[in-house]
Design a protein around this ligand. Structure first.
Ligand SMILES: Nc1ncnc2c1ncn2[C@@H]1O[C@H](COP(=O)(O)OP(=O)(O)OP(=O)(O)O)[C@@H](O)[C@H]1O
Ligand SMILES: [Mg+2]
Length: 509
């Protein structure tokens, strides 16, 4: 007897269909799995055997062959347990296999036949819908995650027995109510209203959010760099449904979705430790898994204590920053994950943290300061449009109560500036000002005569490179958008130039 069950596998952030074919033949009892299964899939045999027996069914004393097709793609994980078990029971005629094809079946079995959580339920459900499947049978714990996809029946089951009962009656005894309404309003736990003073830094972050510019903050310990960075996602525009689904897919395949939050609706804030490896940062593994840059997709990647990061790790960030996705090659396969991030870096100006501070003396030698700063100079810094200094708070400000604007107020202005950019770039392949290349800079950054003059003077006086010139143009475009102005005026240039001050002060060479 042959039976066939439809299942699914995830490659990158997309799922594809896997046919699980089971053949029961006469001969010496055996149980073989073919079709490029990895070790975890091979172990499936033991779980399936125990689950079938402990559920009260007969395990066939036959030559069992399980084929996972297509055979050219490596199968990993434990999600094939349930389709294999169902296939074996179907081949014995214990399951009504009529229209079995209409359902996608996934789930990991425990030895008792209970079902365990799987990774990637969301992309699988999307795929099931694309392929025109009627429904998807999956562990109840994954149900709300898959239910985000509309127009496909989600059948949550808790055990092998429940699955068999469902297939034989096509009725769910203990139907788990999947009552999930899409709620796209972001709810962050922090707010800009909590930050005292630091008006200049807040303004810079507003500009960063408005134009999608990367930021580096330099300042003494305790000045609020980490606090400010954490609040950047709260002033970015709300995620669209498509963006939320794409982001959720990444968390789904890593099994990182909280059960009570099937769809991620807040922009992520990721703050990897400076000991993070290359693989941890951009992704890796035998079959490459997403790393921090992808977990921060559509959100903020925060690198605290930037000079402490391994230089190599900062190097590998260049590709995702440029291309907004990351490609990882391994011997088995090459995968691409989305990585559209805003980078925020923070650092002290020197090892002791007080170089350039108005009150406290710096105890580092000139050489130590230089060596510290040199750790981050170069290509990465070139991709950071805004450099700001975050000075220590004055005593009066520390003891006062915060009186700044809320994130929602700032976000309203950011949204407006973003709308202008969406319109501007609707025929281009980019979304915001930070992504403009030379041609677009020419086309969209028209300066007033005074603006032109000031820019020329600034370049000469500050001895700025061509790169810095482009940066200033981009930034002033965003500042003009925040002001709702068409042409770039003198004052916008003047403000933009300020955000380059630091590389003259700290990175003079
Ligand atoms: N502007 C501010 N308004 C309110 N509280 C602040 C402000 N700046 C700092 N603080 C308080 O000081 C604490 C330390 O700030 P934070 O961790 O952001 O400093 P930091 O600049 O990142 O320091 P380090 O260089 O040591 O990492 C914060 O948790 C917060 O309680
Ligand atoms: Mg900090």
């Amino acid at each position: 007897m042959i039976s066939k069950v439809k299942s699914s596998a995830v490659l990158g952030i997309e799922a594809y269909l896997v046919d699980v074919e089971i053949d029961l033949a006469q001969g010496l009892p055996s149980f073989n799995l073919v079709g490029l299964p990895d070790a975890a899939v091979k172990e499936s045999r033991e779980r399936v055997r125990a689950a079938i027996k402990n559920t009260g069914f007969q395990f066939p004393v036959k030559r069992i062959t399980v084929n996972l097709a297509p055979a050219d793609i490596k199968k990993e994980g434990a999600a094939y347990d349930l389709p294999i078990a169902i296939g074996i029971l179907a081949a014995q005629g214990l399951i009504d296999s009529q229209d079995l094809d209409d359902y996608l079946v996934v789930g990991e079995l425990s030895l008792t036949g209970d079902l365990r959580r799987i990774n990637g339920a969301l992309p699988m459900a999307i795929q099931a819908k694309t392929e025109g499947k009627k429904g998807m049978i999956l562990p109840a714990i994954n149900a709300s995650e898959a239910a985000v996809v509309e127009g496909i029946e989600i059948i949550p089951v808790n055990s092998l027995l429940e699955t068999v009962d469902f297939l034989n009656t096509r009725m769910l005894e203990n139907a788990v109510e999947v009552d999930y309404k899409l709620n796209l309003t972001s709810d962050y736990k922090v707010d800009f209203a909590e930050v005292k003073g630091q008006q200049a830094a807040k303004r810079a972050l507003e500009i960063a959010a408005a134009g999608g510019h990367n930021v580096i903050m330099i300042g003494p310990p305790g000045s609020g760099k980490t606090m400010l960075s954490r609040r950047l996602p709260t002033i970015l525009p709300d995620l669209s449904l498509d963006e939320a689904v794409e982001l959720t897919k990444i968390y789904s395949i890593l099994g990182l979705l909280p059960t009570d939050e099937p769809l991620i609706t807040t922009r992520p804030f990721r703050s990897p430790h400076h000991t993070t490896s290359n693989a941890g940062m951009i992704g890796g593994g035998r079959i490459p898994q997403p790393g921090e840059v992808s977990l921060a997709h559509y959100g903020v990647l925060f690198l605290d204590e930037l000079p402490e990061f391994n230089r190599n790790v900062l190097e590998v960030l260049r590709q995702p920053l440029e291309e907004r996705e990351v490609t990882i090659s391994r011997s088995l396969t090459t995968l691409t994950y989305p990585a559209n991030i805003m980078l925020i870096a923070a650092m002290n100006p020197c090892p002791c943290g007080f170089h350039g501070d108005s009150k406290q003396n710096c105890s580092c030698s000139h050489y130590e300061v230089e060596r510290y700063l040199n750790k981050v100079s170069g290509p990465l810094l070139d991709r950071i449009d805004i450099h700001i200094e975050v000075p220590r708070l004055e005593a009066e400000v520390i003891s006062s109560s915060p009186d700044g604007e809320s994130s929602a107020q700032i976000r309203a202005r950011v949204n407006k500036a973003r709308q202008i950019q969406y319109k501007r770039f609707k025929d281009e392949e980019i979304n915001c000002n930070s992504e403009m290349n030379g041609r677009l800079l020419e086309e969209y950054c028209e300066l007033t005569i005074e603006g032109k003059e000031l820019l020329k003077t600034a370049i000469k006086r500050l001895n700025l490179s061509a790169r810095a010139y482009d940066r200033i143009l981009k930034l002033s475009r965003t500042i003009a958008d925040l002001a709702g102005a068409n042409k770039i005026q003198e004052e916008y240039i003047a403000e933009a130039v300020q955000y380059r001050d630091l590389d003259r002060k700290f990175f003079a060479n």
